[in-house]
Design a protein around this ligand. Sequence first.
Ligand code: IDP
Ligand code: MG
Length: 142
Amino acid sequence: MAIERTLSIIKPDAVAKNVIGKIYSRFETNGLKIVASKMAWLSAQEAGQFYAVHKERPFFKDLVDFMISGPVMIQVLEGENAIAKNRELMGATDPKKADPGTIRADFAESIDANAVHGSDGADTAAVEIGFFFPGMNVFSGR
Ligand code: IDP
Ligand code: MG
């Protein structure tokens, strides 16, 4: 198995709920290491660019409005199969469909306010890490 890096965002709903530490603990107890992090309050331009892949979707405006409604915590996670592992810890996009014990099942209210973002593949992880942490290599180099 490969050591990978993936981009994670704790969204404004979870930051407002004061559960950054609880979510970080999920990562750490499941073998994912936080190798970069920053808190930011995104502009509409940044959020729109980050989610550009969804720009034709009906929920795009709501998604951008939600992502700029408060500060977010952005991190790069590293570990064995980090991309899929993070998606597994997050649970399904709609928290009502998320497996018990996942981050979204435990901390999210709705498909709009769903607590976390995680890259969905090696290609998107590389683009997303570069977007928020320019110059950071997607590979750990170890
Ligand atoms: P993901 O976050 O699980 O990868 P995506 O399909 O990539 O899900 O969608 C990105 C984000 O857009 C979701 O996390 C969610 O906040 C929002 N979203 C996705 N589908 C819907 C929808 O049908 N209605 C409202 N918001 C949605
Ligand atoms: Mg996605």
